[in-house]
Design a protein around this ligand. Structure first.
Ligand code: HAM
Length: 414
């Protein structure tokens, strides 16, 4: 038997009501902030991701699904969406259209990570990108939008972690100091960190290994290397977060796994998620648009895993399953033919969901299925009903049954 690929999953009919509920909520919520949906292709030129995410990052160096197609093009399944949105922003000259562009997206992404709970090789993500403003007010809009989203979904115990990684210059200076500090511990570091120490020492900051975390506790902090305007930018954000009662924690180890960030970075964690605790993550990327051959334009955004949201949601609190309204029981061929127009009317004119039996089963079996589907009403059609132009309608909640004339049926369900 052929099975699904490791790290992918089927979302089965008993889960899709919840998925649809979440997706509808995402569309509604983000539109409240004036963001518009953008859809970019599932795959792009590989170059787009190595130039934006960074060739030394885990994503680009070992997690991308890349291939060369029959035309010799080097292509990659999207491992994240920001690069694609920026590519589209540049390609369609959005900078000339509006001073600020507010985008959101929901799409499938692909990373060849080690699968575990909350971490998949194909996963669903939604996210937003606000392109055009460099003021801290934009950062506050984005961070609070993410936070309020989870509050609105009734998630508690949210942990907002923020940090500022400053300008390219700041990072260059900090990288050197961090390297100098870590060199004293080189022998103790894992092989992976030893390699990172030379090329990308900032990556060592988000190590999950206890003894490395201990070493890093005494490492220099990037926040102490910020230039004045960046420091002020960060302080304004923190002050505003306090004003709107959003609790935060400055996490000096938070540098994020993608290279395009500058200034503000943040993540929201939930302790309901186990080791893959990040519900969402994002930050500023003031250099990326120019880096991808567009006009120099500041931007900030975040993205959120939908599987992780669903894991963290308290499923008890909501009733997500949507049951059909009516089950039509037909007894005999004539009744089946007779039901076709009735079903069309109920579905298309009266906007009801109607299920019928296509297995030509007996009354008992059809009633059993109607019960299983938890419909609110059953309509029974037999020879007598056709002759009298009436239908038997059973209210499944009260158990009462009545005869309704065929031309009054729409009215009955209004
Ligand atoms: P990211 O931190 O790589 O950022 O991903 C954002 C979120 O996607 C994570 O916090 C997590 O919820 C989810 N996620 C990531 N990888 C997986 C996985 N393998 N399985 C399940 N869920 C996963 C970005 O993607 C940036 N583009 C965010 C951004 C937007 N920055 C600025 N704008």
């Amino acid at each position: 038997m052929i099975r699904n690929i490791k790290g992918t999953k089927d979302i089965l009919p008993n889960e899709t009501d919840l998925w649809q509920y979440v997706e509808n909520h995402i569309h509604d919520f983000l539109k409240k902030f004036g963001y518009s949906e953008i859809r970019t292709p599932m795959f792009e030129e590989t170059n787009l991701f190595s130039r934006s995410i960074g060739s030394e990052t885990d994503i680009v160096s070992k997690e991308m699904y890349s291939w060369i197609d029959q035309g010799g093009n080097n292509l990659t399944l999207k491992p994240e969406s920001t690069a694609s949105v920026v590519r589209a922003f540049n390609q369609h000259n959005f900078a000339n259209l509006n001073k600020i562009n507010r985008f959101y997206y929901i799409n499938s992404l692909f990373r060849r990570e080690r699968p575990q709970k909350g971490r998949y090789r194909q996963f669903e993500q939604f996210g937003v990108e606000a392109i055009g403003s460099d003021s801290p007010e934009q950062d506050i809009e984005i961070i609070s939008m993410a936070y309020f989203f989870y509050e609105h979904m009734k998630l508690s115990n949210l942990k907002l972690k923020v940090n500022s990684i400053g300008s390219l210059e700041t990072r260059k200076n900090y990288k050197k100091s961090l390297q100098d500090f870590l060199m004293d511990y080189e022998k103790e570091l894992t092989d992976v960190s030893k390699k990172r120490l030379k090329v990308n020492p900032l990556r060592i900051l988000d190590t999950k290994i206890d003894f490395e975390i201990n070493i890093i506790k005494n490492a220099p902090k990037i926040i102490d290397y910020l230039e004045d305007p960046d420091k002020k930018h960060f302080e304004t954000i923190l002050n505003s977060l306090e004003k709107i009662n959003i609790k935060y924690e400055i996490d000096h180890r938070l540098v994020r796994g993608l290279d395009y960030y500058s200034r503000t970075v943040f993540e929201i964690h939930s302790d309901l998620l186990g080791s893959q605790a990040a519900l969402c993550g994002g930050g500023r990327y003031d250099y990326l648009i120019k880096e991808l051959s567009g006009p120099s334009t500041p931007a900030i955004g975040f993205a959120a895993g939908i599987e992780r949201l669903i894991i963290a949601m308290d499923k008890e609190e909501h009733n997500f399953s949507i049951n059909p309204d009516i089950y039509i029981i037909t007894l005999g061929q004539e009744a089946i033919d007779y039901s076709l127009n009735i079903m069309k009317e109920l579905r298309l004119n009266d906007n009801l969901s109607v299920v019928s039996d296509t297995l030509k089963r007996n009354l008992k079996s059809q009633m059993k299925e109607a019960n299983k589907l938890n419909v609110s009403h059953v309509i029974i059609i037999g020879d007598n009903e056709i002759k009298n132009k009436k239908l038997i309608v059973k209210n499944m909640e009260t158990g009462t049954q009545e005869e309704i004339s065929i031309n009054k049926i729409s009215q009955y369900f209004k």
